[in-house]
Design a binder for this molecule. Sequence first.
Ligand code: GAL
Length: 428
Amino acid sequence: MIARGKFVVIGLLLLAALCGGPTRPQQPATVDLGLALTPPMGWDSYNAYGRRATATDLEAQAAALVASGMKAAGYSYVNLDGGWTLRRRDAHGRLQVNRQKFPHGIAPVVDYVHSLGLKFGIYASLGKTNCAGSGAGSWGHYRQDVRTFARWHVDFVKVDWCAVPRKRFPGLTGAQVAQRVFEQFGRALEAAGRPMAYSLSTNHPGLVAWAWASTVGNMWRTNGDIHATYARMRANFIANAGRYAIAGPGRWNDPDMLEVGNGRLTPTESRTNFSLWAEMAAPLIAGNDLTRMSSTTRRILTNRAVIAVNQDRLGQQGRVVARRGGHWILTKPLASGARAIVLFNDTAKPAVISTSARTVGLPSARRYGVDDLWTHLVTSTAGRIVARVAPHAVAMLKLSPMPDAPGSARPSGRQRPPSDLGLAPASR
Ligand code: GAL
């Protein structure tokens, strides 16, 4: 596993150099980058169930992931979040499964998820308990617990930062302790003999995960827990957006699971959540009840054009190129040479947001094809991009330089300013 990971790192550094991408960290990675060459996609139990999810719930969600078309759209993980362990270990020091929730243990649920062609993820905590104090943590048992997960054929482990006895690390900052213990858990994963993607639940910005986690895990949190409100979704977007340089194939900033279709998010705000996460190359881990979602929610989560931006093999996180009066413009380079752009209206008033092909980083061309990734309208522009964007909404567009018509001469001097407005979709 390590050898494969290192081989992939060298390949990715080369690819980044060739593509002129952001500088990647030079330290040797111990994490297997090959496990997440594009941002992981799946479903996690926490946002819909808290710590109450049972075997029946997990199996129903896995079946719904298939029946809804989400599996076909690229979602592959079904992740059991916190709440499945008892507070005490057994006489052999093994984690005990809560048998009220999982009467036959975890392994049969994993088998069922695998039988649907999906992968299974599980939750662990680095410290003595989970964050609620209600279940055992893995402190002192990293190798033993990871061997247990490998025996159950787990594919993904989310490791939380809870109840770590900080006094054992005199003189170290919280961030230094976090780095040390997450690395220790990572070494246990390397030794487990089964590839398992490694998700670091560094759920506190004080842990500055972006400064050290890219050689430790496949993804790491950049802020506290998301909630199903516009304000909290927005806060996690902002905390994540500035960290774009560190993300790349195998290692992703994680602004936390999606709240699409949950709580107080309107359909417009759900589309914004999905678009911003896709643009930021964030893991797309749905957090709603898939067995009861509306067709609007299903259509948002299965928008293949938006998913393609997220899963683009170049693996660059979109970055903010303008932010004025609550109007944001983000751009994400794609492997094809196109750019995915998001025009985000973070105000309570409808807005006209404009930018240009040059501002979003495109090379000079006579015209650019413009695909609206939500309305699916296809137009073109000489360079200017204008969109009407409703409050809390986005316009998400793919801009591709169009080849010159055969025989047409390229302008030799400065290009004429474009005379058209590109497009003005009435975004919802
Ligand atoms: C939190 C974590 C959440 C969820 C929860 C489960 O610490 O940030 O994402 O995993 O624990 O108890």
